[in-house]
Design a protein around this ligand. Structure first.
Ligand SMILES: CC(C)[C@H](C(=O)O)[C@@H](O)C(=O)O
Ligand code: SF4
Length: 420
């Protein structure tokens, strides 16, 4: 029987010839990731069950520090100490300490830990990001992760698959972020609950890996279990860049989908998700002029080289508006280095941005830009829940890096198209 990407991956991992939506399978995990915040909980549960810390295969475990790095308070330092000791004890090679990697989802893709056809679990909801290279990647809780550490296996209910066809040429100033915001705005935050979403169509085929990561990343904001892009020639080239040969990977011809969604993006305007829900999406022209206090360019959604290049086109030779701070944080050391070498960091600093080394920081109201009462931010990240970036009385608007940059320059939500 022809199968979707999720079905193919779950059949292979559970050693079955085929699976159908609703089946319960026990599958072998190819890669298990934890970070500085969730790792300590996993360690605690593993110790409770097994009496000591251990993992089934140290080469299939990744431990990446990103949420509170460098440690912003004593508690964060304590948690990082735990994970540093565990990494050393277990001989984890995919261990990325402060300054040695970046945001966990960026690192999984950038280091090519995530590969097409893999089954990946991470103790973080945005683990779906690795779907950009054709993996079934999903977020799980600490106790599930503890079972994975101990056995290398986990049960799944095979999800129904949804095919999202995205066609049309993106207009100037409109990006992958606008596409995914538009999709979430259309289907709402529970529009894809427990579904495996596959992104198809000419628009997606033309997207680079950075853009595909933005799409996959926000799949969880409509409830998806996984968000995947078939691995095609672009993916093959992405792996070739570092000397790794992979084969394209996609659904079988004739695979059956629970739903097919069609989107034509040829006339799409830049999109903005207004407070306090990711599906509260409007075209930028409806929100233009809304005053802001802070702009943030970064996160696992939009903190890549390509994102900063777009923001820098707008920031070059301009200044951040008086009374507004713009925080710019590349998603990883590698992205930072590339931006540094190409003079993009100079442009950001010249414009008046506060540029920091890779961390989740302000994205989850952690540090390096926590909002105060009544403050308004526009952010290139993925969540705008009440209090997400700080005080419960603050507000977060989500948009593309270009829209964030244009807004930073004007001190109010602005349409990036007039700058491009
Ligand atoms: C802190 C962590 C568990 C959380 C997640 O799972 O997504 C965070 O990364 C987020 O984006 O809200
Ligand atoms: S950058 Fe934001 S969304 Fe991504 S993992 Fe960190 S806190 Fe979560």
């Amino acid at each position: 029987m022809p199968q979707t990407m999720a079905e193919k991956i779950l059949s292979r991992a559970s050693k079955r010839s085929s699976v159908s939506p609703g089946d319960i399978v026990e599958a072998d995990i190819d890669l298990a990731m934890v970070h500085d915040l969730t790792g300590p909980h996993v360690v605690e549960v593993v110790k409770e069950i097994a009496g000591e810390v251990k993992v089934w295969d140290p080469d299939k475990v990744a431990i990446i520090f990103d949420h509170h790095v460098p440690a912003d308070k004593i508690r964060a330092a304590e948690l990082q100490l735990i994970m540093r000791r565990v990494s050393r004890k277990l001989g984890i090679k995919k261990f990325h300490d402060v300054g040695r990697g970046g945001i966990c989802h960026q690192v999984l893709v950038e280091e090519r830990y995530a590969r097409p056809g893999m089954l990946i679990v991470g103790a973080d909801s945005h683990t779906v990001t690795s779907g950009a290279v054709g993996a079934f990647a999903t977020g799980i809780g600490a106790s599930d992760m503890a079972m994975v550490w101990l056995t290398g296996r986990l049960w799944f209910m095979v999800p129904e698959s949804v095919k999202v066809n995205i066609n049309g040429t993106l207009p100037k100033g409109v990006y992958a972020k606008d596409v995914i915001l538009h999709i979430i705005g259309t289907v709402t935050v529970d529009g894809a609950t427990y579904k495996a979403v596959e992104y198809h169509g000419e628009t997606v085929r033309r997207m680079n890996i950075a853009d595909r990561m933005t799409l996959a990343n926000m799949s969880v904001e409509m409830g998806a279990k996984a968000g995947m892009v078939p691995a095609d020639e672009t993916t093959v080239r992405f792996f070739e860049e570092v000397g790794i040969t992979i084969k394209p990977f996609g659904p079988d011809e004739g695979a059956e989908y629970a739903d097919v969604w069609e989107f034509d993006v040829s006339n799409l305007e830049p999109q903005v998700a207004a407070p306090h829900s990711v599906d509260n999406v409007r075209p930028v022209t409806e929100l233009e002029g809304t005053p802001i206090d802070q702009a943030f360019i970064g996160s696992c959604t939009n903190g890549r080289y390509e994102d900063f290049v777009e923001a820098a086109k707008i920031l070059k030779g301009r200044k951040i508006a008086d009374g507004v701070r713009c925080i710019a944080i590349p998603a990883s050391l590698k992205q930072y280095m590339k931006l540094l070498k190409e003079g993009i960091i100079d442009i950001l600093v010249d414009a008046g941005c506060f540029v920091a080394h890779s961390t989740c920081g302000p994205c989850l109201g952690g540090h390096l830009g926590v909002l105060g009462p009544g403050e308004v931010a526009i952010s290139s990240s993925n969540r705008n829940f009440k209090g997400r970036m700080g005080h419960p009385e603050s507000k977060v608007y989500l948009a593309s890096p270009a829209t964030v940059a244009a807004s930073a320059v004007e001190g109010k939500i602005a349409d990036p198209r007039k700058y491009l």
